[in-house]
Write a protein that binds this ligand. Sequence first.
Ligand code: B12
Ligand code: SF4
Length: 480
Amino acid sequence: MQSAKFSHGVLHAIDLPLREPPTGIMLLSAILEQKGYAVDILDATLLEDPEQYIREHIGDYRMMGLTSLTNDFPEIQNIIRLAKQVHPELFIVVGGPHVSFMPDSVLVEMPEVDAVFVGEAEHSFPWFVDRLLIQPAIDYIYAGESDSMGETANSHNYVSRCLATAEDLPKGIAFRPISSDSATMSSFGSDSPSKIASHISPTSLLPSSLPSVPFPDATNLKVLPLPARHLISRIYKVADILVNRGCPNQCSFCSRTHLFPKMRIRPLDQVFKEVDYILSSANYRFINFYDNININKRYFETFLNGLIARPQMLPWGAELRSDGITLEQAHLMKQANCRVIATGIESASETVLKTNFKFQDIEAVRKGIINVKKAGVAVQAYFVIGLPGDTFAEFDKTLAFLESLPLVPGVDQVNFFVTTPYPGSDLSLNPDKYGINILSKPLDTYDCRQIQLETPTLKVADIARMVEQSDLLKKRLGLS
Ligand code: B12
Ligand code: SF4
C-alpha cells in the first residue's frame, strides 16, 4: 500500500482512493475516550512501513488492540509478534470477525496475545481496559499497598490473575488459565489446545461448533457514541455509517448472524446525528450506509425523507436488498442524492438460493433493480460462484439473469465472488450439512477470489471454469 506517507506522526496527502475506515475500532475508541483514556488508531494499511512504525513507537503505549478480518490475520500475527518483541510489557488483545470464532486456537498459537474478544465488545473491552489499567491504581489508593501498584505492567499471569478473580467478568473475553509455573509467557504456547480451551469460560448457550466463550449480549445501539472519526486519517474521504447490526437472514456463506446474534436497527435520530456530523466535517466526499438499510419499509422511507431534508447531503451509497424496491422508493433515493446501491443477488437459481438459505424472489430482485435503474441510480451487483447446489446448468440461469438486467457499461458494476467459508459462517461451522470439502489454504487466500472448497457437484476446476465464464460475460457486456 503505497498511497500514503506517514512521517513525524502526520499522514501526508495521497490520491483519493475510496477507502473505508474501520468502524468497530472507531466505536471502541470513542467509548474509551469517553472514559478518559488517551487512544490512538494506528492504521497499518496506511503506513508505508508498519513494522518500522511499531519498532519506533510501540514503546509509547500500554495496550494494543487489533481487529481481525480473516485474510488480514497472517499480517496481524506478524505485527503482534514484533510488538511483543519490542515491548514485552505491552498488553495485546485481538477482536473482530476472524478471532471471534477461534479464540481458543489464537490463545494456543499466539502466546503474545493476552486476551481474545469474542463478538461485540462495547461492554467487554472497556471493562477489560479499566480492570487492567485503572483498577490496580484504585486498589492502591484505598489499600495503600505498594505491591499492587507494582503490578500494572504486563507480567507473567497478570491478565489471567486479574480476570480469573473478577466477579463481574463480562461475557466475550477469552484468556488463559492461571499457570502455576513461573516460566515466561511463551511457555503457554506449548499448552495443548484442550488444556487451554478447558480454562476458557464455558457456555451453555451456543452450539458446540461455536467457541467455548459466550458471545456477549447484544449491544444497545441506542446508547452508543459516534465513532471516533477524529482519530483516523484525513485520507478517508468516505464515511461508513452503520445503520443496523445482525440480519434476519441466515445465508450459508455469511458470518454476520453469528457475530451479531440479534437483529437491531439504530434509531434514526442517531443515524441523522452521525450524518450531520459528517456533513459538518470538511474532508468527506461520500457516505456509505451499511447494511440492508431497507429491511423495514417505513424506516427506509423516513430515512430517505430525512436525507432529502438535508440540502447539503453528500452523494451516498448503500448496501441493501433489491427485492421489493418500489419505483417510488427509487425516486426518493435519487432525490436524496443516492448514487449507487450494492446488492447481493448471489445466484438466480432457486435451488442455489434455497440450499444456501438466501430467501429472495429472483423476479422481485429483477423488478427492484429495474426500478433503481429507472430512477438513475447506479447498481453494483454481487454474485457468488461455487455455492453448494450450483451446477453448470444452474449457473447458466445466473449468467442469463445478469444479461437480462438493464445494467450500463461504465456506470454499473458486477462482482462475482468465489464461495468462501469464513469462520462463523454456516459453511464453516457445518460443512457436512452442505457436503462440502473445505480445502486447507492459507488464511491470506481468503479473499473471495481464490477457490476454498469443493461441493458435491463442483470440483475446483469447475469453479475455475465458472469464474472464466463470468469474466467473459462481464467483458462482453462491458461491465467491470
Ligand atoms: C463495512 C464492511 C466492509 C468495508 C470496511 C471494512 C472495515 N475494515 O471495516 C469494506 C467494503 C472495505 C469491506 C471489505 C471486505 N469485507 Co467487509 N464488511 C463490512 C461490514 C458490512 C461492516 C463492518 C463493520 O463496520 N461492522 C460494525 C462494527 C461495529 O463491527 P466490527 O467491525 O465487527 O467490530 C465489533 C466486534 O467485531 C469487535 N471488534 C472488532 N475489532 C476489534 C478489536 C478489538 C481489539 C476488540 C477488543 C474488539 C473488536 O468489537 C466491535 C464492536 O462491537 C461487515 C458485515 C457487518 N455488518 O459487520 C463486513 C465483513 C466484515 N466483511 C467481510 C469480508 C469478507 C470482506 C472482504 C473480504 C470482501 C471482499 N470480497 O473483498 C473485504 C476485506 C477487506 C479487508 N481485508 O479489509 C466479512 C468478514 C469475514 C471475515 N472473517 O473476514 C464480514 C463480516 C461480512 C461477512 N460476509 O460475513 N468490508
Ligand atoms: S449475506 Fe447479507 S442477507 Fe445474507 S445473512 Fe449476510 S448480511 Fe444477511
